[in-house]
Write a protein that binds this ligand. Structure first.
Ligand code: GRF
Length: 219
């Protein structure tokens, strides 16, 4: 990949909420060795914290609200237009609370990832996966970064990180640990995709090793 933005992959982040995962990506993208740049932030709520974070970082940031566009189809057609206008290579769903249109999914084959706060397939499709895991009594939970396909939360898994559930965990303590894991895992996954180190074989994703510096330097 590694195409636009000074040889870096151009990443769009779609978010509806607070935007702590967006903030983690913005931080990571600022490090000199980052193989990607956040080129666009799209939201579907004007007042979302994520949009404030995008604007604060000086990234082109647009709210495409469904109510302003009349229908989900028109809203998502506008989102697709913006993704194409900004020459985006990768799309990251970081707490985006709408299902993407087939047109968007088809426009970025194996180039859209989502982060979900559970070990998928557990608690797939849930907007309250952490609370549900706690209520269910699972002993281990975590987060998953997966490719987005037509099936909700069911695309091939790129990375998962786990945390034990403690007897005294509350929604707050468990959420804090999972979010801390997310903020490490999502940038890692984006780096892997940006450097084409993700090989997809059906449901299976192979993560390729980074080329060694000596190999890159050549003879
Ligand atoms: C995260 O827990 C993510 O897994 C889920 O939505 C949440 C977004 O949090 N899909 P934030 O807005 O990035 O803080």
């Amino acid at each position: 990949m590694v195409s636009g933005s000074g040889g870096k992959a151009r990443v769009a982040v779609l978010a509806s909420g607070t935007g702590t995962n967006l903030a983690a990506l913005l931080r990571d993208a600022e490090t000199p060795d980052a193989p990607y740049a956040v080129a666009l932030v799209l939201g579907n709520r004007q007042d979302a914290g994520a949009l404030h974070k995008g604007r604060g970082a000086g990234v082109p940031t647009v709210a495409v609200e469904r109510t302003s566009w009349g229908s989900r189809a028109a809203q998502q057609a506008e989102m697709l237009r913006l993704l194409q206008e900004h020459e985006v290579d990768l799309v990251v769903l970081a707490g985006f609370d709408q299902i993407l249109s087939v047109d968007i999914v088809d426009a970025f084959p194996d180039r859209i990832v989502n982060i979900h706060p559970s070990l998928l397939p557990a608690f797939a499709g849930s907007l309250h996966a952490i609370a549900e895991a706690l209520a269910y009594g699972v002993k281990v939970t975590g987060c998953t970064v997966h490719l987005v396909t037509a099936d909700l939360d069911a695309g091939p898994i790129i990375l998962q990180e786990a945390t034990p559930v403690r007897d005294d965990d509350t929604l707050e303590t468990l959420s804090a640990r999972i979010h801390a894991l997310e903020h490490l895992t999502l940038p890692r996954a984006v780096r892997l995709l940006a450097t084409r180190r993700v090989k997809i074989d059906g449901r299976h994703v192979l993560l390729l090793a980074a080329p060694s510096p000596s190999a890159a330097a050549g003879p």
